[in-house]
Design a protein around this ligand. Structure first.
Ligand code: MG
Ligand code: FE
Length: 170
């Protein structure tokens, strides 16, 4: 396969690493803020653990391919732009908006890994295919959890909002 394929592939893998760094900081902020939504907080904390494992997995793919260039080179640059656009929404200080933004972010991750899996196949990186499929499964599970629980979070928010002196938004 042409080296051009390899270059794009490695760039995208680096982008994925940056995306997961972004994800970690956003999820940490959200989990750290939540007080009255223990189920959501627990699921986010579980995903923070997964996200850190994802970073290690991605790093291993980078290490196998990148022998000369500095690993972190511009990884934080490009994808950060996309991550921050979505991540800005995740910084919402209200739980319902935060959960919606989380769902959007997970779906961006699902799309990114779907593309990466195709690229890994095209460059013949079998291990990469395995890694990105594993990660994508975790993103799908997180997206589905948020999708399933959004009605509950919304209801809890509204119930809390209706009670005098009860904080609802976090
Ligand atoms: Mg992720
Ligand atoms: Fe994720």
């Amino acid at each position: 396969m042409s080296t051009n394929y390899q270059e794009h592939y490695l760039d995208w893998v680096r982008d994925a690493f940056a995306m997961e760094k972004q994800a970690e900081s956003m999820l940490e902020k959200m989990a750290g803020r939540l007080e009255h939504y223990p189920d959501l907080k627990a699921r986010i904390e579980q995903h923070i653990v997964e996200t850190r494992q994802q970073q290690d997995l991605i790093q291993s793919v980078i290490d196998r391919h990148d022998t000369s260039r500095s690993v972190l080179k511009d990884a934080m640059g490009k994808m950060a732009a996309m991550g921050q656009a979505v991540g800005g929404m995740l910084a919402e200080d209200e739980v319902v908006k935060g959960a919606i933004s989380g769902y959007v972010f997970e779906n961006m991750e699902i799309a990114s890994y779907t593309s990466l899996i195709a690229a890994a196949e095209l460059v013949g990186d079998t291990e990469g295919v395995r890694v990105f499929t594993t990660i994508r499964d975790q993103e799908i599970a997180m997206a589905e959890w948020l999708y399933t629980h959004l009605p509950d979070v919304t209801e809890q928010f509204l119930v809390r909002s209706a009670e005098p002196g009860v904080e609802a938004k976090k």
